[in-house]
Design a protein around this ligand. Sequence first.
Ligand SMILES: O=C(O)CCC(=O)C(=O)O
Ligand SMILES: [Fe+2]
Length: 361
Amino acid sequence: MAAGWNKLDGAKALVDSGIDGVPDFYVKPLDQRLSPQDLELHAGEQEDEVPVIDVSPLLDSKPTSSDRSKEDVIAELLDASERWGFFQVINHGIGSDLTRRMLAVAHEFFQLPLAEKMVFYSTDIDAAVRYGTSFNPLKDVFLDWQDNLLHRFLPERRDQPHPWPTKPSAYELIAGEFVDQAKFLARHLLRALSEGLGLGPDYLEGEFGEHNVALRLNYYPPCPSPELAIGLSSHSDVGGLTILLQDSDIVGLQVKVQEKWKTVRSVPGALVINIGDQLQQIYSNGKLKSVEHRAIVNADKARVSVGLFYDPASDVRVSPIPKFVDTEHPAAYNPCVFREYLKNLYSKNLVGKELLESQRK
Ligand SMILES: O=C(O)CCC(=O)C(=O)O
Ligand SMILES: [Fe+2]
């Protein structure tokens, strides 16, 4: 490890400095290490694959080639959200050219010299653009083997110029287009879920208020001993819906299903959707699921993923929807202001679903 490297410089700088092993502060305690099965990413057909749903009937106003109706798709989405909280969508309207360019520009961003990325280093959770490493490097007991850029699109700042990263020069155009299209998709998925829950299509959007959107670019450099480290520690996403784009030929995303970790194999052209704590548990009083997931690393190739988080507005007080609360199903979670939930996320060293559990009545 090169002299002068420090934890905040992150995983890529560490690898670039020339290392032959994983430094102690990236090594997980024994009980959290990955088993050989965990790392068997291409092991034969897995049973119970995460569902893959063709969502074109939701997006097209005219009849599509699909023989399924909009109602069929809504039923599939609801079933996947209740049973898995995690699924992939195809024919989602975001072209393969754009997703390819989005992944390429994310790779390019992380190739920039460290000093140019560190311009965006901040501990302010309200910063519009924030670059860093691991989850909360000042508090994490063990660092995650990844660096990230969190780019928030705050509704309250719509009237102010948006501080886009100016490098790579294509970032603004490509990320802007990707965010617009992913937001369109998120809105349609939210409408479909809202309808599926018997609430009417606009209900959840109305609850979200002036929603929050954030784009997170994750970069996982190759790791000399992937079994010792973790790319992104187990967590559930905190907000509404997440749309995740991952490198198509490098797997790394895993989801916890019945206490077992399952690799989410990337289906060509698909996007991964997962349900966040607010939408799944608090609004729906546990009817929908927000599921633990994590990213593992590999020894050979850098991997990127790009997540779009479509969340309630910061000042929205999230509380269970009356329809889902009755004497048999009392409200399981305390209502919370979304911003406070986010603040808690960044102020603690949280693992798995501890944050949501701390909201339990
Ligand atoms: O890189 C991945 O596949 C997972 C990313 C993720 O879960 C997140 O950014 O919240
Ligand atoms: Fe996540």
